[in-house]
Write a protein that binds this ligand. Structure first.
Ligand SMILES: Cc1ncc(COP(=O)(O)O)c(C=O)c1O
Length: 345
């Protein structure tokens, strides 16, 4: 086991022992290989450098209270990279190959899987990159699929379940109507860097996007879905431009398991005034409580039109905390995994 400060990892690059790679050329994938060389060598004309021919995934592996290693729902990430890569018209790994390479990556970096009890995990990052030289705009015929990882704590580096603030994005969209918001393609993240940086400079932890067509409804945060609690109901936006989050889907089931109602529907911005609890949810942020959301005419504006607060804005809400403990318990092996979400290594 590595000698790391497991309780203070946050979410940042840290070199591990190995990555796993497979190359798609002439219609077939090479056998997945373990390599200690973290550098790729391909043409400066590769599609990824010019036209963002790339998509990726994010999932986690946990060392449980029982000492067993679990990956959380890797089959779902496999399906999503097939959707994302399919949209880019690139070759994609089969579900079997995807899971095999993720498992290889965890095993090759086993000393970096955090011990149980620190709220930390091993973040697994599969990427699909178009690498053949090209000049015109075209999908890549040659692709590298690589799986890498890093031990992580909370996304912001703050304590688990500490509340953060958010701001509405009225003058920037992360996705277009009929665009690619529901895929995990690299281009989506490049387009959201500027408003992301701006919101962070202003001191907000999260930036909350609205539906790009009408700007009337809540979409999602920059790297996570939106979930709210209203009485005994879990509310999350139904929208074509948000990423179908595996965490959100799992939390909806968790909410039903715990006896709450679930509503997946359009969420008008004004409804923010009616929510008891609001969270960002996703693999990297897990459940991050949002204490308040500012509404501004533009991110650059000095005017705050309205501030929505949820319960005690300095504390995680009781339902969110229950959901957190339940799902984290499944990942840690302390709560029964009745839906068979964990993949044992
Ligand atoms: C834009 C966006 N929304 C939502 C999520 C959460 O998805 P998941 O729960 O599958 O990690 C992510 C992270 O993957 C994301 O980048």
């Amino acid at each position: 086991m590595q000698n790391l400060d497991w309780s203070n990892l946050s979410f940042k690059y840290r070199k591990t022992d190995a990555i796993i790679v497979s190359y798609y050329r002439d219609g077939e994938w090479s056998a997945p290989a373990v390599t200690k060389d973290f550098n790729f060598s391909f043409s400066a004309f590769a599609g990824v450098f010019h036209y963002a021919n790339a998509c990726f995934e994010g999932l986690k592996a946990f060392r449980g209270a029982d000492g067993k290693l679990r990956m959380f729902r890797p089959d779902q990430n496999a399906k999503r990279i097939q959707d994302s890569g399919g949209y880019l018209d690139m070759a994609t790994p089969s579900e079997e190959m995807f899971i095999e390479m993720c498992a290889m990556c965890v095993k090759e970096n086993i000393d970096f899987v955090p011990p149980y009890g620190y709220g930390a995990s091993l973040y697994i990052r599969p990427v699909l990159i178009g690498m053949n030289p090209q000049l015109g705009i075209a999908s890549s015929k040659e692709v590298v699929f690589a799986v890498m990882c890093a031990p992580v704590g909370t996304y912001s580096g703050a304590a688990s379940l500490s509340t953060g603030t958010a701001v509405l994005s009225r003058n920037y969209d992360r996705a277009a109507p009929n665009g690619t918001g529901h895929f995990k393609i690299a281009a989506n993240y490049a387009t959201s860097l500027h408003p992301y940086n701006l919101s962070h400079k202003l001191g907000y932890r999260e930036l909350l996007y609205l539906d790009p067509a009408q700007k009337k409804y809540i979409d999602e945060f920059g790297s996570s879905n939106f979930l709210a609690i209203k009485g005994d109901t879990y509310v999350t936006p139904l929208s074509d431009s948000v990423l179908p989050s595996i965490t959100n889907k799992s939390l909806q089931q968790a909410a039903l398991d715990l006896g709450y109602k679930v509503e997946k529907r359009r969420v008008p911005v004004e409804e923010l005034a009616e929510f008891d609890e609001v969270n960002a949810c996703g693999t990297a942020v897990f459940i991050t409580p949002i204490g308040s959301i500012d509404d501004k005419p533009t991110l650059e504006s000095d005017t705050i039109t309205k501030t929505y607060t949820f319960g005690d804005p300095s504390k995680v809400g009781p339902v969110s905390e229950k959901l957190y403990k339940y799902l984290r318990g499944i990942q840690d092996g302390t709560v029964e995994d009745t839906h068979n979400w964990c993949y044992f290594l």
